[in-house]
Structure formats: structure tokens, C-alpha cells
Design a protein around this ligand. Structure first.
Ligand code: ADP
Length: 459
């Protein structure tokens, strides 16, 4: 059996006591308001059942309603905070004593007013929701006074009436005690379960944050040496240090291509961590998308050549008013284009186009690659989702590229569409509004802990 840490349990019990105190005040006030209305209203019954006592009883009822009113007022004062349990007991005992007085005036042990005591027990259990101790003290006191009255003042001759009334009263008392016990223990158990869930959620959120921070710092540390590695390989390829012999050039190209690939993965991870930490902001400005898209296509040309893929681009001039974050658009195109090149076999074709859309710009990356089955189309934008995620998969990757694309397009208030057919190819189309419309309400990530639940007791 798993055991909970003692600190958590003590913390949980303290939280339960605080919550129970708050809720019990509300319940006392509901019970008092009901009493203030119901006690005088039962004067009607007095008029019908015992008209000769009606005037006395009505006065008694009004006096009790007044007392309940005073207790209500007292319950709203901060100085009664520590004695709220006493207030609850006093309120019920006052109502019970009133019924006991009426019983004395209406035939003692034979009086049908004993039913009033059952009603008081019911209010104590169901409305005020006494705990067992309070029920035992308040309801027990009322019943003992009832018994005391019979012992002191009544000459019992009608034993049937005595047995009948006491049987009902005693049963009501037992029901009140058992009911209080059950509702208190159920409530406590439910509260503690919710509290533990809440604490577990909080811990998960903290762990999630730590993970993102760790991701960010590790990625950062990896990026620095990589950029230092890329700079000299680029110089070598640019032949700044003289012409490279063909075989050496080939090796340097491989080093350069793989270092670039690694840098992209690390940048993706960093972006993911930034998104998680809600630190990814949009730095939007009126931008000419043409040079951005052309720039990405140029960077990918050596890779396309190396893989024997025909890479083409069609760049239309977009209206000046496309307000976007250029760096993010570059990442969007880079991710889509590197996927297209990765999933297209040699001899295939990849086309990138930039066109004016109804209100903004549309970037389309189309390939004649392996395509995606219809059933997988929905999940490829999920984090870490890959159509083939087996260890023996043909195409390397981490499954974050498209998730990032979607999040960055969302940040612009745009959208991504995908059409694909296995064996024929895929077409990813990104529409960016002329001005960023703001991201849609962020859906909580499926792996993110749920929002903290309210810990309030059900009232
Ligand atoms: P990664 O490429 O690193 O695996 P992505 O998030 O970029 O991750 O893509 C998720 C998955 O979507 C890929 O693993 C692949 O199965 C599928 N996919 C994405 N782009 C294409 C494409 N152009 N052609 C075929 N499948 C694709």
C-alpha cells in the first residue's frame, strides 16, 4: 500500500479545517434564515391544532425567531469566528427547547409536538450539516430535556403513546447521528482526494517548468559550440583559405550539412521551450516576404541538388502591408521545406510558392514525396508526432517541426492546411493575415497538468 507523506497529510487536514470552517458558516446562516422564516410560520399549525395556546406559542415563536436573528448577526461578526461551532449548537438547542416548552403545554409525553423535535434534528443534519460531535451535543440535549420533562412532570398512563413518540424521536436522533457521521467522513474523504490531486498537479506544473528551463539552458549550451563549428566550415567552403581538393570539399560539405541540421533541431527545441514558458512573442513589422522565402529556398538548394530533387520556387510580390515576424516566417518555411526535401525520394520535385491571398499572403510548399495517410493528417501537428515513430524508421526527426509551425502560424492569427496522398505527395499551405489577428485562445496541451481545481466543499 502506498503511504502519503505525513507533511502532505497534515497540510491537507489543515486545509480541510479551514475550508470546513468557511463552509460551515454558510450552512449555519442558511439554517438560521430558514429558522427565522419557518419558526413563526408554524404559528399557523398552532392556530389549527391548539387555538387556546396559539397566542402564547406565537409569542414564543417570535422570541425564538428573534434569538435566531441575533445569532445570525453574531455569526457575521469577526469576534465570533472562534465560537462558530458553539453558535451552531446554541441555535439548534434554542429551537429544540422551544419545541420542548410547547410539548409541556400540549399534553407532555402524549403531545404530537414531539414531531417538531424530529424536524429540528433534520435541519441540524441536512441544512446546518452538524458533525457527529455537534449532533450528539445539540440533538442529544434536546432529547434529554424531552425525557427529563416526562420524568419530572408527567404521570404516564398511556404507555403506547409514550413508546410510539419515543420510538420515533430516538430513531430520528440515531438517523441524525449516523447521517452526520456519513456526510462528514464522505466530505472529508472527497476533499482530501481533491487536495492530493491539486498538490500532484502543482508538482507536475513545477516539474514541467523545470524541464522547460533545463531544455532551454542545455539547448543554449549546445548552440554556442555548433555556431563556432559552422563558421570555419563556411569559410572553408567559401574557399577563403584557398581552394579545397574535391574529396576534402565533399567531407566539409557533409560536416556543414549535418551541423546545420543539428542547429535546426536545437533551435526548434529552444523555440519549444520558449513557447512553453510563454516567452515567445511576436515582433511583427511590415515585411516583404519575397526575400525571406527566396533566402530559405537558396539555403536548401545545395541539399536538394545533393539529393537529386528538383527544387523550384514561384515568388509573387505581396502587398507591403503584410505585417509579420520575419524570423518566425523564415522558420515556418524552413521547417516545411526541410520536411518536403526529407520525405521526397531522389528524382522527385518540390515547389515553394508565395502568393497574395484574399487578405494577406499564402506560402505553399508542395512535394511529390511519400505523402501522408488520411488517418495521420490530424496528428502530424501534435508535438513529437511522427507517422513512423519506430526505432527502425527511415526518416530521422524529432516530431516537433510541424508543431512549431502550427504554433508560430497561430501566433500570427493565421492557419495551416495540408492535403496529401500516400505515394503522390503533400501540399502544406500557410495563410498569414495582412496584420496579425492575434493567436486563437490557447488550448491546454494534452500533456499539461489540468488547471487547479477548486477545493471548495460542495455546498
Ligand atoms: P519530423 O519531421 O522531425 O519527424 P515534423 O513535426 O516536422 O517532425 O513532422 C511530423 C511528421 O509528419 C513527420 O514525422 C512525417 O511523418 C510527417 N510529415 C511532415 N511533412 C511531411 C511531408 N512533406 N511528406 C510526408 N510526411 C510528412
Amino acid at each position: 500500500m502506498r503511504r502519503r507523506s505525513p507533511e502532505l497529510s497534515i497540510e491537507a487536514l489543515r486545509a480541510y479545517s479551514r475550508e470546513a470552517a468557511k463552509v460551515s458558516l454558510r450552512r449555519l446562516q442558511h439554517g438560521l434564515l430558514l429558522g427565522i422564516v419557518i419558526v413563526p410560520a408554524f404559528g399557523l399549525l398552532d392556530l389549527l391544532a391548539v387555538p387556546e395556546r396559539a397566542s402564547l406559542f406565537v409569542k414564543l415563536r417570535l422570541a425564538v425567531a428573534l434569538c435566531l436573528g441575533v445569532i445570525f448577526w453574531a455569526s457575521t461578526r469577526p469576534w465570533t469566528k472562534r465560537i462558530r461551532s458553539v453558535l451552531r449548537i446554541v441555535a439548534i438547542v434554542i429551537a429544540g427547547m422551544m419545541v420542548n416548552v410547547m410539548i409541556r403545554y400540549t399534553g407532555g409525553y402524549e403531545s404530537a409536538y414531539y414531531a417538531g423535535l424530529s424536524l429540528v434534528f433534520l435541519v441540524a443534519t441536512v441544512i446546518v450539516r452538524f458533525n457527529v460531535r455537534e449532533s450528539a451535543i445539540a440533538c442529544g440535549a434536546c432529547y434529554l430535556v424531552y425525557l427529563g420533562g416526562i420524568a419530572a412532570f408527567d404521570d404516564v398512563e398511556n404507555f403506547r403513546a409514550l413508546a410510539n413518540n419515543n420510538f420515533f424521536l430516538l430513531s430520528s436522533l440515531i438517523v441524525a447521528l449516523v447521517g452526520s457521521y456519513l456526510s462528514e467522513s464522505l466530505e472529508r474523504r472527497e476533499f482530501l482526494a481533491r487536495f492530493h490531486l491539486f498538490s500532484a498537479n502543482r508538482k507536475l506544473r513545477e516539474l514541467d517548468q523545470m524541464k522547460s528551463q533545463f531544455f532551454a539552458s542545455v539547448s543554449h549550451e549546445l548552440r554556442t559550440p555548433l555556431t563556432l563549428l559552422l563558421a570555419p566550415t563556411e569559410s572553408l567552403l567559401a574557399e577563403e583559405a584557398g581552394r579545397l581538393p574535391a574529396p576534402s570539399r565533399r567531407f566539409v560539405e557533409i560536416i556543414h550539412a549535418n551541423a546545420l541540421k543539428l542547429l535546426k533541431q536545437i533551435n526548434d527545441l529552444l523555440d519549444l521551450a520558449r513557447l512553453d514558458a510563454r516567452r515567445m512573442a511576436l515582433t511583427a513589422a511590415p515585411t516583404d516576404l519575397g526575400p525571406i522565402v527566396t533566402g530559405v529556398v537558396r539555403t536548401a538548394e545545395p541539399l536538394a541538388r545533393q539529393r537529386g530533387i528538383d527544387l523550384r520556387s514561384t515568388i509573387e510580390r505581396t502587398a507591403e502591408s503584410v505585417v509579420v515576424d520575419g524570423e518566425k516566417v523564415e522558420k515556418i518555411v524552413l521547417n516545411l521545406l526541410s520536411n518536403a526535401l526529407k520525405f521526397t525520394p531522389p528524382g522527385g520535385r518540390v515547389e515553394v510558392s508565395l502568393r497574395q491571398a484574399a487578405s494577406g499572403a499564402r506560402i505553399v510548399v508542395q512535394d511529390t514525396g511519400i505523402g501522408i495517410a488520411r488517418k495521420d493528417l490530424d496528428r502530424i501537428f501534435d508535438r513529437f508526432a511522427q507517422v513512423d515513430s519506430s526505432i527502425t524508421r527511415r526518416y530521422p526527426g524529432s516530431g516537433i517541426g510541424l508543431a512549431l509551425v502550427k504554433e508560430m502560424v497561430d501566433l500570427h492569427g493565421g492557419w495551416v492546411d495540408v492535403e496529401s496522398q500516400p505515394g503522390v505527395g503533400s501540399r502544406f499551405s500557410v495563410t498569414l493575415p495582412a496584420t496579425p489577428a492575434g493567436p486563437p485562445a490557447r488550448q491546454p496541451r494534452p500533456d499539461a497538468p489540468a488547471a487547479a481545481p477548486s477545493l471548495g466543499l460542495v455546498d
